[in-house]
Design a protein around this ligand. Structure first.
Ligand code: SAM
Length: 229
């Protein structure tokens, strides 16, 4: 396999958050696999780049594998992007990357932002590791099971949450976490970026009077007792 698969990081909101190398590679690849070609089109247009694109999302990724491997075998350079941040971080791309690796193609990353590593440093927690739990389960029972399992985790835990579920998440967290500090980072790098810290109950009360619109990273602060050990 003489082709290369580039896993390319793109902005999580502010279109200026893209590396010079990502822009160069985006302009050089023969084909770009994009989770949503319309959204990636906005980014390409902003930088006046023209690249042939194929959609590649969770529902058609498996069916793309064979054709992508054929192009890599021909020596083509292929980029992979998601709608925001790094592909495969709570985003599609796993099947393509696994198949390319197993076929012996070169797979390399063009690093860019991720919401979790943007939010974590803003909390001031961490420094000695953290846990990333992805999206919390949709249903309350599953969410509570996850929160119970994380209850005594001494490291900070980052989770992704949506507009629709953030308050439900905070209500369950209030039941299980009580006074454990939590921070949320909403709309990072965007106009309405909001960073708020408090107990789950305090954060829910904050959202009662403020907009819940947008994308959220939730950071569960380190377990209190762990600090005292
Ligand atoms: N691949 C992305 C990354 O590298 O962070 C994550 C994609 S995942 C489908 C989308 C979730 O990431 C959102 O629901 C939210 O939890 C989080 N997210 C993405 N962009 C964000 C932003 N600008 N501010 C806060 N959270 C964000």
């Amino acid at each position: 396999m003489s082709g290369t698969l580039y896993v390319i990081g793109t902005p999580i909101g502010n279109l200026e958050d893209i590396t010079l190398r990502a822009l160069r590679i985006l302009g050089e690849v023969d084909l770009l696999l994009a989770e949503d070609t319309r959204k990636t089109g906005i980014l390409l247009q902003r930088y006046e780049l023209k690249v042939p694109m194929w959609s590649c999302h969770e529902f058609n990724e498996a069916s793309r594998v064979e054709a992508v491997l054929a192009k890599l075998a021909e020596g083509q350079q292929i980029g992979l992007v998601s709608d925001a941040g790094m592909p495969l971080i709570s985003d599609p791309g796993s099947r393509i990357v696994r198949a390319a690796r197993e076929a012996g193609a070169e797979v390399t990353a063009i690093p860019g932002p991720t919401a979790l590593t943007t939010a974590l440093p803003l909390s001031g927690w961490g420094g000695e590791g953290f846990v990333f739990a992805g999206f919390a389960p949709n249903k309350s029972a599953g969410r509570k099971r996850l929160l119970e399992a994380l209850k005594h985790e001494p490291r900070p835990v980052a989770l992704y949450e949506s507009t629709h579920r953030i308050r439900k998440f905070l209500k369950d967290a209030a039941e299980i976490f009580g006074e454990r500090p939590i921070l949320f980072a909403r709309e990072l790098t965007k106009k309405f970026e909001t960073i708020q810290e408090g107990t789950a109950e305090e954060l829910d009360a904050f959202l009662e009077t403020h907009s819940v619109k947008g994308e959220f990273v939730v950071i569960l602060g380190p377990w209190k007792e762990a600090k005292e050990r």
